[in-house]
Every structure is written in C-alpha cells, then in structure tokens.
Design a binder for this molecule. Structure first.
Ligand SMILES: *Cc1c(COP(=O)(O)O)cnc(C)c1O
Length: 398
C-alpha cells in the first residue's frame, strides 16, 4: 500500500493493503512467488543483499514477496510496525516466547488461554527453565499478584479468551507492564484486527492464528507476529528465521485472499452472533450465555471500550450438564461439530467432552469450563437457519 493510503479506514485497508512495490504485469492480485531461493545478478549484488545494503530477497525462509504482501497487510490492519508470517498460530506464539524468555524467566498468562499455548509453556518451555503462571486476567489484580519480579518478563493475554469468552482490559494490562518494564503480548485471534487493535491500548507485540477469522475459510493453518516498533521487530525476526517456523508463499496468498473479505465476513458473523446470543438467553434449555455484547457479560463495559464490535464467539450452558452438551453435539445438522473458529461456516464444540476432556474436572472448572459449556463459532449463514438448527438440537435435551 502506498504511504499516502495509510489514513484509509479499516475495511479499505483490508482490501488494499499489502502488495508488491512494483507489479510485474499490472496484476490486481498479488502473484504467488513459489520459489525457495532468489538469484543475484552478480557477486557484489549478492554481498549487498546479505549485508542489508541493498533491498532484495535471498531465500524464502528469510523473506518472500507474497509473504511480504500479507505481512504488510496485517501490519497495516493492526497499526503495527511490521508483521512476520509464521507457519501456524503456535509458531507465532512460540517464536515470541523464544525471542524474549531466557532461562529463569517468568511469564504471566490468561488461565483460559488457548490450550496448546498453555501446554507449550507448562510442558516444553519449563524444560528450559522458563516459569509460567496462569491467572484469570479479566481481574487485573490477579496479574499484579502473580508477578515474580525481577524474573517476570512478559504478560501474555488472550482477549476475548477461549472458550469462556472472558475479556481482559488491554490498557490496564499495559499499565502493569509499563510500571514493571515487562512486555505485553496479546493474542488477538478471537477479535481480529477488524474489531480490536491492541497496539492502540499499549500492547508491544500482537500475535494471530491466521487459521481463524483472518483467513476465514477453514482451509489454511497460519500465524502472524506483529511488532509495535522497529526495535521489537529486530529482536523477533532473526529468531523466527533461525528456528524456521516461517510461512509458505502459497499459504500467505490464500490468507491474503481471505483477508480481502474480512470486513464483510466479520460484520455478518457478528450480526448473527448478536441475534443468536439473544435467542439463547431466553431458551428454556439454556442456563447462561457468555457473549461480550450482552449487558450481563461481566466485562461488557471493557469490551465496549476496546472493541469495535463484540465478535462472533459465544459460549453458553445447557441443562443436564455433560449429557446435555453431548445431546446438542449429536443433534445439530447445520452447525458443524468441529474445533477452530472464524470460518464462514458455523462450528460448535463441547469442551468438557472434546478439547478439554483431558484436563482434570476440578482444574477445568477452576478455569470456568464446566460440563455444561457449549461453544459456538458463528458463521455467515442466514440467521434463521442457525437459530432453527440450534433450537431443535437444544429441544432434544429432556
Ligand atoms: C487456533 C488458535 C491458536 C493456535 O493457532 P494454530 O494456527 O492452530 O497454530 C492460538 N490462539 C488462539 C486464540 C487460537 O484460537
């Protein structure tokens, strides 16, 4: 995107940001540069590229024009300094941990953070002496209390968080980070930059699973790290290149294509979600509904401050606990029984019998994930069809 276009609004950015500096044939879509390596015209030019004296590509793990277009697009959407494409959301998260956490370092994170994020810290990074504490970050006092200064180096939050749809005050977390000279990293996957831009509230690094809303079509796994400034970018980029969890150009092209319709998809999905949350709230087989757009959501006011909309993720409780949840899973016809989220099609899952089945019941319930919790990722279908499907499935519960 040309510099002068940086004042454009967010939907226009999603459609226009990220391209080649020089189009090859005037092409409108960014080409897929499916090449592992790039030739140098001569020895001096090769040397100049390696030293950084001359712009240009060397080898796709270090940079590629198609991946570069996607990185530029997402950095523009997030209002960040630069993006770094990763092979998956997990590659993005682990690269950030590798870049900033050394032996003896401590990290504070959201208790209901994406399961594998918690697992990689507790089971893998712990092997290298990195300590982690998981707390309910929707109450900022818990973050403050969990700090182990001077070892704590990072606060890593997910908001909205999976699968409780709880919200953490990004500005409040950033103030704690500033006060103690820590980094604030935000996993912005559930909101997407269309609804929430953590840099505006003081985050230092943002990560995404592109697999979800940004790609939006349930056909790619990918990740992105966005740095607030050049200093952070220079700390992360070599770590990503050396550990090698980088993105493939074809993967980047698919995600860039998906992002062009991000505004349309998110608007539609969240409109459906708002209506579905209202419908569930008055359903006789539903015991509670967690959707940030409902005034009864405990962090509704914070969501209003930091989000442009309330998103498309809902969790709710059903009567008859574990059994009730399974009945809904087994009777939906239009909702697809699958994990993941952010695609055009609506998905449904039951954490107690699926994603969180291996977590001991007590620990699961402490993280707010009871037997009765059902999570839906609302898609872009006609609302009436979604409503009728969930209604008939709920009505199977005795
Ligand atoms: C899916 C997800 C991830 C991991 O992303 P992958 O692309 O599956 O590696 C991380 N954080 C959140 C919030 C997610 O939903």
């Amino acid at each position: 995107m040309k510099e002068k276009n940086l004042s454009l609004h967010k939907a226009t950015r999603a459609i226009h940001a990220g391209g080649l500096k020089k189009p090859v044939f005037g092409e409108v879509s960014v080409p897929i540069f499916q090449t592992s390596t790039f030739s140098f015209p001569n020895a001096d030019a090769g040397a100049a590229r390696f030293s950084g004296a001359e712009d240009g590509y060397i080898y796709t793990r270090m940079g590629n024009p198609t991946t570069g277009a996607l990185e530029e697009c997402i950095a523009a959407l997030e209002n960040g300094y630069a993006g770094m494409g990763a092979a998956s959301g997990m590659a993005a998260a682990t690269t950030v941990f590798l870049a900033f956490l050394q032996q003896g370092a401590h990290i504070v994170s959201t208790a209901s953070v994406y399961g594998p994020t918690r697992m990689v810290l507790e089971k893998e990074f712990s092997r290298y002496g990195v300590k982690s504490t998981f707390v309910d970050t929707s109450d900022l006092r818990n973050i403050e209390q969990a700090l182990q200064l001077p070892d704590t180096r990072m606060i890593y939050i997910e908001t909205p968080a999976n699968p409780t749809i709880s919200i953490t005050d990004i500005r409040g977390a950033a103030e704690i980070a500033r006060r103690h000279d820590l980094l604030l990293v935000v996993d912005n996957t559930f909101a997407s930059p269309y609804l929430q831009r953590p840099f505006e509230f003081g985050a230092d690094v943002v990560i995404h699973s592109l697999t979800k809303f940004l790609n939006g079509h349930s056909d790619v796994v990918g990740g992105m790290i966005i740095a607030k400034n050049e200093k952070l970018y220079r700390q992360i980029k070599p770590v990503l290149n050396l550990f090698g969890g980088t993105m493939d150009p074809h993967q980047a092209w698919l995600v860039l294509r998906g992002i062009r319709t991000l505004p349309l998809r998110v608007e539609r999905a969240q409109e459906n979600a708002g209506k579905l949350a209202q419908f569930l709230l008055q359903h006789p087989r539903v015991t509670w509904v967690s959707y940030p757009g409902l005034p009864e959501h405990p962090q509704h006011q914070i969501a209003k401050k930091q989000m442009d909309g309330f998103g498309a993720m809902i969790s709710f409780g059903v009567k008859n606990g574990l059994e009730g949840g399974k009945i809904v899973m087994n009777n939906v016809q239009l909702f697809t029984l699958a994990v993941s989220l952010g695609g055009v099609e609506s998905l449904i899952e039951h954490p107690a019998s699926m994603t969180h089945a291996s977590v001991p019941k007590k620990e699961r319930e402490e993280s707010g994930i009871g037997d009765e919790l059902v999570r839906v990722a609302v898609g872009c279908e006609d609302f009436e069809d979604l409503r009728d499907d969930i209604d008939q499935a709920l009505n199977q519960i005795p």
